[in-house]
Design a protein. Structure first.
Length: 590
């Protein structure tokens, strides 16, 4: 078919309407709408200036109506001096030159005004000096005339009034000129800012033009049986786009009768993109899935299990000894002589090895070193309102959802370290959304508390957040009492008893609370050391226990305005000829 029978039209992708964008963890899938009028026969639609970070294998074109898509081709052509990008640079340069001319004109006007102020200041100074000698001039005129004229004082006052008027006029004029100088100086500062902005834009475009001198186009060939208007959907994936979750947790703790406990979790998504295209008023979908490229089913390789190979240090030493001479240290060995060619070859080999390791398929990755993290299901979050996300690399915050749940509050205290009660809010995810791991800002009764990290929470799962110190719960850690004595008849033993008083006070007038007290109980590291907890009695009291760190956890329910005095009592028995030492040991995570 001849060339003149193909109807061609060119459209700029950046000017097309963005229908929807699905943002993944490392890329985004963009769907553009192309409205075009087709002629009968073959039509060639060229979509130019597609993103430079496009995944070319992800291109897909859908059409409505009776038209048939013949071919979709991705093209890369070198940019020339007459391209739109070069023209845009020249336009901005012309705009910058015009702003420079305005700047120079303003500077000249300011200099002229400053010269006028200097001249007027000189005239005013001369008039002031002449006013001082007015009376002396009048007396000299009397002596020369030999008469005593009665009009001389009137004449002097008239001269002084005239000169005073001139001074006032010069003062007002200078004030007006200085005000004009200030206005023009402000305009000059604004011009400097505009010129700096234009220069940065020119440098950015020149840098982009220098390192990316290729124009990327998509050519779509369509066969139309008749003349008609069609709507095409062009879908492609682009890199340099990502999203991550963030949360606002707003807790209301009802202290009065008119307030009830509530927890609102605001689920946000932070989108960043630098794809070169602005997504204007697009339907945004956030996804945790891994996007697929192409239409083929990905192959599933065999997962082989084996023993990890042990690399001996002797091999490294032998390999390095081949390059080391047996002679004494020379200038070359100290780095002052010539370089070692073996170092260069090793660097090249290391680079090739790194590239090969990066190109290995997933089946060759050593899965034994991968942490066992919770496998979360793939989730999709649709943003309710159309959103604009510009290609500026900045964070764009969008609201995913708001979840209202009913919390319960737990108080905890470690009086040996801090005589305060810390409150924690615990709630259940009653929504159908999966909370992904991410940072959260915590607010209590409209006051910002702190930032925390929210873990993964499935629907129906529990989550918690720390709310800091509750000032309405008073904790007092009184001085302890220690008693030491000897026991036994045949073999003497030392018995040391410690009594630790703790006072807990709930100052809330109409709210009960649950509080857990944590206190040290020594853990024996020797068979000859015996530790016995005397109070509380763990067998009789179900709300007290020793945790895995061998610390006492004592849970209480305090009624409104209740005051409770506790006593933690334990004794330790050991040989009388030994000395007991206490050392705090941090437990390492298993």
């Amino acid at each position: 078919m001849h060339r003149n029978q193909v109807f061609s039209q060119t459209l700029d992708v950046r000017n097309l309407r963005t229908k929807s964008v699905t943002v993944y963890g490392d890329r985004a899938e963009v769907k553009k709408v192309v409205n075009c009028d087709l002629e009968k026969g073959l039509n060639e639609i060229i979509l130019k200036n597609i993103s430079s970070v496009v995944e070319r294998q992800s291109l897909r074109v859908d059409a409505n109506g009776t038209v048939a898509i013949q071919q979709v081709q991705y093209q890369e052509t070198p940019l020339d001096r007459n391209s739109s990008e070069s023209k845009k640079i020249r336009e901005i340069e012309q705009q910058k030159n015009e702003e420079d001319l305005k700047r120079m004109s303003l500077e000249d006007e300011i200099n002229v005004l400053k010269k006028r102020v200097e001249v007027l200041d000189g005239v005013a100074g001369q008039i002031s000096r002449n006013m001082v000698g007015t009376s002396e001039v009048a007396d000299s005129e009397k002596k020369l005339n030999g008469t005593t004229a009665t009009t001389t004082p009137i004449y002097s006052k008239l001269i002084d009034a005239l000169r005073l008027y001139k001074l006032c006029y010069l003062g007002n004029t200078v004030s007006d000129i200085k005000s004009e100088i200030r206005q023009k100086t402000k305009q000059l500062d604004e011009l400097f800012q505009t010129i700096d902005s234009l220069e940065r834009e020119i440098d950015k475009m020149r840098c982009s033009f220098e390192y990316d001198c290729v124009e990327r186009n998509v050519c779509v060939t369509i066969n139309a049986e008749e003349k008609e208007s069609v709507e095409l959907y062009v879908t492609y994936q682009v890199y340099c786009a990502s999203w991550r979750p963030t949360y606002d947790i707003r807790v209301i703790m009802g202290g009065e009768e008119d307030k009830i406990d509530s927890l609102k979790l605001c689920y946000y998504g932070i989108i960043e993109q630098n794809t070169g295209e602005d997504w204007k008023c697009a339907e945004i979908v956030l996804s945790t899935a891994t996007p697929s490229v192409g239409g083929a089913v990905p192959p599933l390789c065999t997962l082989a299990a084996g023993f990890q190979k042990q690399f001996k240090e002797s091999r490294k030493r032998n390999a390095s000894s081949l390059r080391k001479p047996n002679s004494a240290t020379s200038d070359e060995d100290m780095g002052f002589g010539s370089f070692d060619y073996n170092d260069i070859t090793d660097a090249i080999a290391l680079q090739k090895l790194t590239a090969a390791a990066a190109a290995l398929p997933a089946s060759d990755i050593d899965l034994s070193t991968v942490n066992n993290t919770e496998q979360l299901p793939c989730s999709y979050f649709s943003i309710s309102e159309p959103t604009t996300v510009c290609s500026d690399g900045c964070e764009h915050k969008v609201l995913v959802s708001e979840v209202d749940v009913e919390p319960r509050f737990l108080h905890e205290t470690v009086p040996a370290h801090a005589q305060a009660a810390y409150v924690t809010a615990i709630a259940t995810n009653t929504s159908e959304l999966t909370f992904l791991p991410g940072p959260a800002s915590v607010y209590l009764n409209t006051s910002f508390i702190a930032k925390t990290q929210l873990g993964a929470v499935l629907p129906g799962g529990e989550f918690s957040c720390n709310l800091g110190i509750d000032p309405s719960v008073k904790v007092e850690y009184k001085p302890s009492k220690r008693v030491k004595e000897q026991i036994g008849f045949v073999s003497k033993s030392a018995l040391q008893t410690k009594i630790q008083p703790i006072v807990i006070r709930n100052t809330k007038a109409n709210r009960s609370l649950q509080i857990t007290i944590r206190e040290h109980v020594p853990k024996s590291t020797d068979d000859r050391i015996k530790v016995t907890l005397l109070s509380p009695d763990l067998r009789a009291l179900k709300t007290a226990k020793l945790n895995k760190e061998h610390n006492l956890e004592w849970t209480l329910i305090l009624a409104p305005s209740e005051h409770r005095e506790l006593a933690v009592k334990w004794c330790i028995e050991y040989p009388v000829n030994e000395t007991i030492t206490y050392k705090q040991v941090m437990q390492t995570a298993a």
